[in-house]
Design a protein around this ligand. Structure first.
Ligand SMILES: Cc1cc2nc3c(=O)[nH]c(=O)nc-3n(C[C@H](O)[C@H](O)[C@H](O)COP(=O)(O)OP(=O)(O)OC[C@H]3O[C@@H](n4cnc5c(N)ncnc54)[C@H](O)[C@@H]3O)c2cc1C
Length: 405
């Protein structure tokens, strides 16, 4: 059934935070799936967020119901059966936006599987390996995480990666350590990137989380993304069969191809966080009164609302256009680096303005902006810091690599 213009307007999911109506690019079926996600988040997730953020724990009771929503490749969008097609990029983007608009940890948790791990398999696995693993990735029966960063190497991981892989017959022996790995404690497998001692190239392995020699420690005391669990992983003589090596990862270039896809997802997260913070701030200034009038009636508050809306709108326009380019098969490092850099920069300003117009209550969890304000700092730094993404763009503009001097 096609909806007339009035019904579509009434059914709009994103209201004011999608000022230029980017959601009109979605099909009715896509909006129905996103509407299902919205109802679940409003009903089941929102009431838990402040409490679990403060406790520094993930609300594990949300995990299975979120998986059951079948959001990664929903049957409604792709048909049923093993050869069902892929959901469109614009839907995938809005799915991330919707999650992040509610909570950055929920978006990061979902994207660890649907973005990071899935991309590792899509780009890194051979077609035979993909045939075996991908259906399990999509229905979460094989949960995985992306283990690239190390204690001594973050931004310089391409050259600095020091976890080693040594071939021994039909197996590999891994030694080293990984840091910041999101969702590792509940994963079945860790996609671990290690340097082959024989040829010096980076390769990738699916390591059982419970394999001998794997130790996980939770990173405590975080002031951002407190609900999301990150691990410090130690690998001591871990044996992995050759069949668990990702056969299409033969150098860091293959890892860079993965990062390209992941940075676009993070740009959508940075956009969703802005939308959530802006909406909470707008609600607050409409309700709260000072000097006998709503806060939102003051000129200086309206200027901040306009800047926040400008940032959200610019970010959404940017990620939508990036997604359209990618749908045409145009993937360049500098494109997703630019989107991650710019949306994160705008995100930092938006969440600070949102916090500011809520006054003292803006640093409490109750008013709903403090969570976004704190969590934004983690998103600002992960998947390439501001500087590293700027350097990727700078290299493309000038032909000069300025990473190390
Ligand atoms: C919450 C969270 C979740 C994460 N999840 C994962 C995950 O699941 N898997 C994973 O593999 N990794 C993960 N990471 C790691 C993340 O990708 C790194 O934190 C990031 O790449 C930055 O590395 P670093 O923290 O070591 O900072 P560093 O590299 O030490 O950088 C510190 C500062 O120096 C700057 N800097 C570094 N080099 C240069 C240069 N050449 N020029 C100018 N400035 C420079 C940086 O921009 C930054 O401001 C996560 C991180 C966080 C915080």
């Amino acid at each position: 059934m096609s909806l007339d213009t009035e019904t579509v307007a009434a059914a709009r999911l994103y209201g004011v935070c999608d000022y230029y109506d980017a959601e009109s690019l979605l099909t009715e079926a896509e909006r129905r799936v996103l509407g299902r996600l919205r109802s679940f988040l409003d009903r089941e997730a929102k009431p838990l967020l402040a409490e679990y953020w403060e406790r520094g724990e993930f609300p594990t009771q949300l995990a299975q119901p979120l998986i059951d929503l079948d959001l990664m490749e929903p049957g409604d969008l792709t048909g049923a059966g093993p050869d069902r097609g892929a959901a469109r990029g614009i839907y995938q983007g809005f799915r991330i936006f919707e999650l992040a608009r509610t909570d950055a940890s929920l978006a990061t948790w979902y994207t660890a599987q649907a973005g990071l791990f899935r991309t590792a398999i899509r780009v890194g696995a051979s077609s035979e390996q993909q045939a075996e693993w991908m259906p399990k990735v999509i229905d979460f029966s094989l949960k995985g995480v992306f283990s690239l960063t190390e204690p001594d190497s973050g931004s310089d991981i391409a050259g600095g990666l020091s976890t080693s892989a040594r071939r021994e017959g039909d197996s590999w022996i891994l030694d080293g350590a990984k840091r910041w790995i999101g969702g590792a404690a509940t994963a079945d497998v860790l996609a671990v990137f290690a340097r082959d001692v024989a040829d010096g190239q980076v390769k990738a392995f699916l390591v059982d989380r419970q394999a001998d020699g794997v130790t996980l420690e939770k990173i405590h005391g975080k002031t951002a993304l407190r609900m999301m669990q990150n691990a410090h992983i130690t690998l001591g003589g871990v044996r992995v069969p050759e069949s668990r090596r990702l056969h299409n990862v033969n150098s860091f270039k293959d890892v860079a191809a993965m990062l390209r896809a992941m940075r676009s997802d993070v740009a959508w997260i940075a956009t969703g966080i802005q939308a959530g913070a802006f909406e909470a701030a707008l609600r607050y200034v409409t309700e709260r009164r000072q000097f006998g009038r709503p806060l939102g009636s003051f000129q200086l508050v309206q200027e901040k609302l306009a800047r926040m809306l400008g940032n959200v709108t610019a970010s959404l326009s940017l990620v939508v256009r990036l997604t359209e380019q990618q749908a045409k098969g145009i993937y360049r490092d500098q494109d997703s680096a630019l989107a991650k850099m710019q949306t994160s920069l705008l995100m930092r300003e938006t969440v600070a303005l949102a916090r500011e117009v809520v006054g003292g209550n803006g640093i409490t969890l109750e008013a709903d902006v403090a969570r976004f304000h704190a969590d934004a700092e983690a998103v600002y730094s992960y998947e390439g810091t501001h500087e590293i993404n700027a350097l990727i763009v700078g290299r493309a503009l000038t032909g000069e690599s300025a990473f190390a001097r």
